[in-house]
Design a protein around this ligand. Structure first.
Ligand SMILES: [Zn+2]
Ligand SMILES: [Zn+2]
Length: 311
């Protein structure tokens, strides 16, 4: 067999190794690492020591390679400079069973930061704990300057934070994304006759999304917007209602956004309005309490239990 690009003999059909690598070059994405003057560096939400030992892993994680290429080995020879690390990288790999070796060079940017150990007296110091209990990995969003350590626990992880306002900032960041965020405080002891408080910020998955319907007290509410308070719409009164985030968790989801259907107003009489579902063409009637509706209007509706609500 021959390479259809250069005509060289190949073991398998397709491009030869050289042509394949020319067409699908191995790349290393830009890497920046936060390094403290003490040598500690921030990686995957942990402060680690011995950057040199981790360089191979970091480069490996930032390789961009075609799936046909398997990287089997990586050797890094670094030169540490003030603001960067110049690394000579030797990659070993296989392409369709063919072994090869490639030499590359990569500059890794160093961002000077002060680790919590250096900026505080003790590494066990923390003002707040942010308790992540959500299905997505939030570790990437953490700022190492304020996080001394993270600890895996059932259902998520805890981040120990040296600065309470930063913990609150994380809380509101996640509240805006629709997560349930709860704040609490605990007395952590006395210092100079003053009670010391430790703050806890718990971030949980709401299990509901914008557009879903919940039972709240004796009402059905549709979630309109997440935030410090949650904006909802009472589906029977068709009025806005604000509710506190921690109430969502205990509420039963009665319908999903995907349960919303379209119907056309097929007739209006003084006492009833008749609707026709736009997919099934089945009809239903409601007492005429929608004075704004005219025949042929298209409306959204949801069925909760036996009852129909026009949205
Ligand atoms: Zn070729
Ligand atoms: Zn340090």
């Amino acid at each position: 067999m021959i390479c259809h690009s250069c005509g060289k003999k190949t073991v398998q059909i397709g491009l030869c190794l050289e042509c394949f690598l020319k067409k699908h070059p191995i790349l290393i994405e830009d890497i920046a690492v936060k390094v403290c003057r003490c040598g500690r560096f921030w990686r995957k939400a942990l402060w680690e020591k011995d950057l040199e030992k981790f360089l191979g892993k970091m480069i490996f994680e930032n390789l961009v390679v075609d799936p046909e290429i398997k990287i089997t080995g990586i050797v890094v020879d670094p030169v540490f400079e003030e603001r960067k690390i110049k690394a000579k990288v030797v990659l070993k790999g296989t392409y369709r069973g063919l072994e090869f070796e490639r030499e590359m060079s990569k500059e890794i940017r160093k961002e000077p930061v002060s680790c919590p150990v250096c900026s505080r007296v003790s590494s066990s110091y923390y003002e707040a704990v942010v308790q992540f209990r959500i299905p997505v990995d939030a570790r990437k969003t953490l700022d190492g300057e304020y996080v001394t350590r993270t600890e895996k626990v059932a259902g998520g992880f805890d981040a120990y934070v040296t600065n309470a306002p930063y913990a609150r900032k994380l809380g509101s960041q996640f509240a805006r994304k629709g997560y349930i965020v709860m704040h609490s405080k605990q007395i952590a002891g006395m210092k100079d006759g003053v009670e010391m408080c430790r703050e806890f910020v718990a971030i949980k998955s709401p299990g509901v999304e914008v557009g879903d319907f919940i039972r709240y007290k004796d009402k059905f509410l549709q979630i309109m917007e997440f935030g410090r308070t949650i904006r909802t719409k009472d589906v029977s009164q068709r009025k806005t209602q604000m509710i506190p985030p921690n109430r969502i968790e205990k509420s039963e989801v009665v319908a999903r956004k995907s349960d919303v259907r379209k119907a056309m107003v097929s007739s209006v009489s003084p006492s009833v309005t008749q609707f026709m579902d736009q997919d099934t063409f089945s009809t239903f009637e409601l007492p005429n309490k929608y004075p704004e509706l005219k025949e042929k209007d298209i409306v959204s509706y949801v069925k909760i239990g036996k009852d129909v609500y026009i949205l």
